[in-house]
Write a protein that binds this ligand. Structure first.
Ligand code: FES
Ligand code: CO
Length: 323
């Protein structure tokens, strides 16, 4: 397991709820730890270390049976608490307390399974629009990226790249100038309330306009953006990165919109096209680890939000994916 107390004690999106069914276990990986996810017949989700205590086989290769998970190698049977309850080679023998899988916390929210490897002090990141009846919400992802989480979050917070990386969709090469904005930092979050960007056709009416966004960093690897309230149509995104390994992430985008005529497929296709433009650029960044020493890279006024993010990570003591 990668030793980063902040991330170990946070919640991370691991799999879509619909991908973990009672019929079979699923392998996952978080912070360098191989996990098995499985669902018992009452619907409860279990997240354990993917390792049988007998000879170290992967439990994710095993079988579920309603209320048990059994190992693929010698068939040891584990109950929903992770206790081994049966050795098939010696059915008369009562397994000792040591015959126990390592169990982690798992919960479901936003049609997603969230896991914490530690003792979370906070809840799963908030996304109020998910439950708001005026919005429809869609899960996009997960997408695998060969880059570290902090570089990906910083990319989400960065609007100066829109004209260059997302030419014609999120930005326009004729409008590269950025106006100043302010950033507020608390122990809980980093907030930029007034980010203004020129977008080619943000309202779908055939002409460009300045759009105003609120950006928030909610967790080291979770950020949020919303159109400002004075806008006629609502849009909010929750963006979270699963830290698989230091150089390997899953990207999840949860979009909530009041533009109800857009189909789920159209929303997913659009978010995907944006992410696929970002991926080669973020994967190319060196060093791969996000430098928290502000002397290490050059910064402009428009980088104020990413500077605040780097400082905030440093104050929290996040070491994962940073240098
Ligand atoms: Fe799992 Fe032997 S390794 S039962
Ligand atoms: Co981008």
């Amino acid at each position: 397991m990668i030793q980063d107390d902040v991330l170990i004690n946070d919640w991370h999106a691991l799999a879509r709820s619909s991908d973990v069914v009672p019929e079979k276990p699923v392998a996952a990986r978080l912070l360098g730890e191989d996990l098995v996810l499985w669902r018992s017949k009452d619907g409860t989700i279990h997240a354990w270390r993917d390792l049988c205590i007998h000879r170290g086989a992967k439990l994710s290769l095993g079988k579920t049976n309603g209320t048990t998970l059994s190992c693929p190698y010698h068939g040891w049977v584990y109950d929903t608490e992770g206790r081994c309850v049966r050795f098939p080679a010696h059915p008369e023998q009562c397994p000792p307390a040591k015959a126990q899988a390592r169990v982690f916390r798992a919960r479901e929210r936003y049609d997603t399974i969230w896991v914490s490897l530690g003792q979370p002090e906070q809840d799963i990141p908030p996304f109020a629009e998910w439950d708001d009846p005026d919005f429809k919400a869609v899960v996009c992802g997960p997408y695998t990226v060969r880059a570290g989480g902090p570089r990906l979050i910083e990319n989400f917070l960065d609007v100066a790249h829109f004209p260059f990386v997302h030419t014609g969709s999120l930005g326009d090469l004729e409008h590269t100038t950025l106006s100043d904005y302010t950033v507020e930092v608390t122990a809980e979050e980093v907030v930029a309330n007034d980010i203004t960007v020129w977008q080619p056709d943000p309202l779908g009416v055939g002409h460009g306009a300045y759009m105003h966004y609120v950006y928030k960093v909610l967790r080291p690897l979770t950020a949020y953006l919303a159109k400002q309230a004075d806008d006629t149509s609502g849009l909010a995104l929750l963006f979270t990165i699963t830290p698989v390994d230091v150089d390997h992430s899953l990207v999840w985008t949860y979009e909530a919109t009041t533009t109800l005529e857009e189909s789920d497929e159209e929303i997913i296709k659009f978010q995907e096209s944006i992410l696929f433009q970002d991926i080669p650029v973020v994967e190319s960044q060196r060093p791969e680890l996000l430098p928290l020493d502000l002397q290490a890279e050059l910064h402009l006024r428009s980088d104020r939000l990413s500077i605040a993010y780097r400082r905030w990570l440093r104050e929290k003591g996040v070491t994962f994916g940073t240098a």
